[in-house]
Design a protein around this ligand. Structure first.
Ligand code: FAD
Length: 429
């Protein structure tokens, strides 16, 4: 009988406790073949695999742990338009691509809404995402958001909230205003990821779990190797994001792991729900290091935040996050905390996702800088287009020259924090 390494099962999140389906795809054993082999079954890998399967490609998806085990199955579940760093792409390529970038910004949302409906994925998808301003000067961002939408004839509902409206809708005095957009929203990310993997599987994709890829043998048909087997394919997509250590010669010093953490309360009373979030929307502040929160389907407050580069999780996630939650919601001081968990975000110093290919047929796509539910889905489509030879959107990302910190794998994560500071200051100048 196959021994299951407990470390390879899901983390102790609210999502793992409320999952629709416990996946049990086989371990990769022996020789397999496919048009495309995708490494890593988070949103990037699953979304790419599903797009390719929908287009008639044969796909093998190889996951070290379980489908959705990484950031995709642990995140805040906030479905937010945009991809980090696209303003840098516009600066490089000029205003001629502004409309294409605007479409890319929303495409991941569209893909998710469509798939949830098409494949009947039960993932508690709700519309509504509110950005809030903890500092008075941040309120000015919201006029810019509205102007951008007006310019593009945005067809969905959005509103700017003043301080009083924000206070009355969120039951807290912590913010000076807000911007709500109803084309964004929130969802149960693990159930979405598993549902999309199921859809890909039903379209013929082979899925292997508990099969860490140990290396790639490059060639005309690269070979993706695990301890007990391999997949040969015309193209490979590396989608391991912050958890991947493959291809160090090409990819080290490019994407850095940072920890982000979430706590989940017990289900809140109807009175509390009506006081702090009667519209049931996702909330995120506009600070550099964000706090984000939302209600789960069973009305727990899932409150996340912080970002650490130390490479070590805090001894107690609850002690780390709870004070942040109580600063916004002192009225929750007697509420029990039932869940605490964390995961790794893939940070790229200049914030543009790191996209490219090695030897022409081994593609990689990672580093969403904490903003990936939407972005991974459009990138899955862009990677699938590139594999089919349509390079227009792929080239926008692949052409970006990324700043690397040589030797950062030995120098430690403090150097990454310094690099981030450098980029923040450069952005402000
Ligand atoms: C706590 C937290 C909260 C977040 N909140 C939000 C949010 O609210 N909204 C938002 O938009 N984004 C959020 N993010 C970011 C978002 O979750 C990520 O950007 C996104 O999930 C990245 O998806 P991915 O598929 O690229 O990577 P992952 O989901 O990390 O998946 C990578 C997978 O590759 C596998 N893998 C790695 N190496 C190998 C190998 N050698 N062989 C086989 N498999 C391998 C891993 O096991 C893993 O399953 C959050 C992230 C975290 C950690």
């Amino acid at each position: 009988m196959r021994q299951i390494d407990q470390k390879q099962e899901h983390t102790g999140s609210y999502y793992a406790a409320t999952v629709n389906e416990v996946t049990d795809y086989p371990v990769l054993e022996g020789a397999k073949s496919a048009d495309v082999c995708v490494v890593g079954a988070g949103f990037t890998g699953v979304s790419t695999a599903l797009t390719l399967a929908e287009r008639g490609y044969s796909v093998a998806l190889v996951e070290a742990n379980r489908v959705g085990w990484g950031a995709s199955g642990r995140n805040g579940g906030q479905l937010i338009n945009g991809i980090s760093g696209t303003e840098k792409i516009r600066k490089k390529h000029g205003n001629g691509i502004a409309d294409m970038l605007w479409d890319i910004k929303w495409r991941g949302n569209d893909i998710i809404y469509d798939r949830v409906e098409k494949y009947g994925i039960q993932c508690d998808l709700k519309s509504g995402f509110l950005e809030v301003a903890p500092k008075p000067r941040q309120v000015s961002y919201f006029e810019e958001y509205a102007a951008e939408r007006e310019k593009h004839n945005f067809a969905y509902e959005y509103e700017i909230w003043d301080r009083e409206k924000t206070r009355s809708m969120l039951g807290t005095d912590a913010y000076h205003g807000g911007f709500v957009c109803y084309r964004d929203g929130h969802l149960h990310p693990l159930n979405l990821c598993i549902g999309e993997a199921r859809a890909a599987h039903e379209l013929g994709a082979q899925i292997f779990e508990q099969s860490p890829v140990t290396g790639i043998e490059h060639g005309e048909r690269p070979r993706v190797k695990t301890a007990m087997g391999y997949v040969e394919a015309d193209s490979v997509v590396l989608a391991g994001n912050a958890y991947s250590q493959l291809e160090p010669r090409h990819l080290s010093n490019l994407v850095f792991p940072a920890g982000s953490y979430i706590i989940g309360t017990e289900p809140l009373s109807d009175d509390l729900v009506n006081e702090i979030n009667p519209l049931d929307i996702a909330v995120c502040d506009v600070n550099e290091v964000v706090d984000y929160y939302r209600l789960s389907a069973d009305k727990r407050l899932l409150y996340g935040g912080a970002c650490n580069y130390s490479g070590r999780d805090p001894v107690s996630i609850k002690s780390y996050i709870l004070p942040r939650m109580l600063k916004v919601y002192p009225q929750l001081k007697d509420v029990r905390i039932d869940f605490e968990w964390g995961g790794k975000i893939g940070i790229v110093l200049d914030r543009v996702p790191a996209v490219g290919r090695i030897n022409n047929n081994v593609y990689y796509c990672h580093g969403y800088s904490g903003h990936g539910v939407n972005a991974t889905h459009v990138m899955g489509e862009i990677m699938s287009d590139a594999i089919a030879g349509t390079m227009e959107r792929y080239d926008l990302f692949a052409d970006m020259k990324h700043f690397r910190i040589p030797g950062s794998q030995w120098l430690g994560n403090q150097i990454i924090a310094l690099g981030m500071l450098f980029y923040k200051m450069k952005d402000k100048l």
